[in-house]
Design a protein around this ligand. Structure first.
Ligand SMILES: [Zn+2]
Length: 126
């Protein structure tokens, strides 16, 4: 199947949809979910936590892969894609993307479907 035929969802919509599955509202407000589409048709889904919450993991489809690791959700999905030899195309997140992640996204020639906050992350300043 030619590469361009993959019909991937808008990663911004998908990130928000998956993030809304988190049952605990406090957790929902404190964490971020990011979704990265790739040229290969696989989709990386990651959290600002080290791994996905069960509710999200259970909602993943066959072509969606859980990303693991430290750092922001956006960073985690990009790093995991690189590790798997996949080429990221479009990224989305459940909240506006911070300055640090904006830099990483641009550096990897990925298109952001979620707005940038234009600000450094609060968490990073601690
Ligand atoms: Zn960030």
């Amino acid at each position: 199947m030619p590469i361009n035929i993959f019909n991937l969802l808008d990663p911004d919509k998908r990130a928000k949809e998956l993030h809304s599955k988190i049952k605990h509202t406090h957790t929902q407000s404190k964490t971020t979910t990011a979704v990265l589409n790739t040229e290969e048709g696989k989709v990386l889904v990651g959290s600002s936590e080290k791994s996905l919450r069960k509710e999200i993991r259970e909602a993943l489809e066959k072509h969606e892969i859980e990303a693991f690791g430290e750092g922001h959700a956006e960073e985690t999905v990009i790093q995991n894609a690189i590790g798997l030899g996949l080429t990221g195309t479009e990224i989305g997140a459940s909240r506006p993307i911070c300055l640090d992640c904006e830099y990483i996204i641009n550096e990897n020639n990925i298109i952001a479907k979620t707005e940038f906050s234009g600000k450094p992350s609060q968490k990073r300043k601690k």
